[in-house]
Write a protein of this length. Sequence first.
Length: 132
Amino acid sequence: MHIIDKLAWIEIRDGKILSTRSKGRTKYYFPGGKREAGESDFEVLSREIHEELSISLIEDSTRFMGIFQAQADRHPDGVQVQMTCYTGDYTGTIAAASEIEEVVWLTYEDRETVSPVDQIIFDWLKEHRLLH
């Protein structure tokens, strides 16, 4: 089994979660991305979130939420994505940048519009009464 190491930033407001859609894609994904050699969790998140959303995460506010794993979207069977999730404050104004075409706020009813690992995270957030 092959595992893709990814990190995601979880931002929830009023029971809705921030999600993004990349150019040419139909599914929504939580902002974040793959680790490059030698990067810490915060370095990955900071780089990816700045590239995708034009904001800067505040390191001291970053809090670990959990690790989730599922079949990787758009990959052959057996390729799994392991998503390490954090939440935290930021400076700046959220705006689509780089490969991001759309930024949206989703509810639990939108669960089918996200990747398999994000669906697991949706379920966890719903169980913890963080997502409506």
